[in-house]
Design a protein around this ligand. Structure first.
Ligand SMILES: CC(C)(COP(=O)(O)OP(=O)(O)OC[C@H]1O[C@@H](n2cnc3c(N)ncnc32)[C@H](O)[C@@H]1OP(=O)(O)O)[C@@H](O)C(=O)NCCC(=O)NCCS
Length: 160
């Protein structure tokens, strides 16, 4: 397996993996965005994992805020194809995203995870994220107001 920068031509596979995640109930989103919208929302860092020539997962950062003071703070997304889960791909991708984010000067990464998503909570904590708390009824999904666990990873090397 290799981890590499995402190319525009990866988008159909990336979108399909995002849809897998939606079907798994991992996100508030219910429809995939257009390439143009996704591309604009993830301007800096976006990685894919490729196995036997096929994209099996992706991880990307979106800016936390347009304010200058928060330029080194990003929100993390990580999604693995349903058929490739539980084999260490998420771990490889998130570790790579953390490394690349520090190289790019990010000092804080945020992640929001549904409380029942134990694999994602475990994955983030294994990559140095800590739980900040539970945001109550943060947004509505399918008519239900859902809580989200908020995690952050503060770099020990950037922005000391
Ligand atoms: C959550 C997700 C990104 C994890 O990626 P993955 O490739 O499946 O996970 P990995 O194989 O790298 O394993 C990560 C950790 O979870 C553990 N784990 C993996 N699958 C597990 C399972 N079914 N049950 C319990 N633990 C599991 C692994 O042991 C590992 O922990 P460790 O490093 O302490 O051993 C992936 O499952 C996914 O895309 N899920 C749907 C979308 C999603 O939830 N995205 C995150 C939104 S916040």
């Amino acid at each position: 397996m290799i981890v590499r920068d995402l190319r525009p031509q990866d988008w159909p596979a990336v979108r399909a993996i995002y849809e897998d995640g939606m079907r798994s109930g991992a996100t508030f989103e219910t429809q995939p965005p257009s390439w143009e919208a996704w591309d604009a929302a993830h301007p800096d860092l976006r990685l894919v994992a490729e196995r036997d020539g096929a994209v099996v997962g992706w991880a990307a950062l979106s800016p936390y805020s347009p304010r200058y003071c928060y330029r080194g703070v990003g929100d993390v997304s990580v999604y693995i194809a349903e058929s490739a889960r539980g084999a260490g791909v998420g771990r490889r991708l998130l570790e790579a995203l953390v490394d690349r984010s520090e190289e790019a000067g990010y000092w804080t990464l945020n992640a929001g995870v549904f409380p029942e998503n134990e694999v994602s909570l475990r994955l983030h904590q294994a990559c140095g994220f800590r739980v900040i708390g539970v945001r109550e009824r943060l947004a509505e999904k399918d008519g239900v107001w859902r809580d989200a666990v908020w995690l952050e990873r503060r770099s020990a090397t950037v922005g000391r």
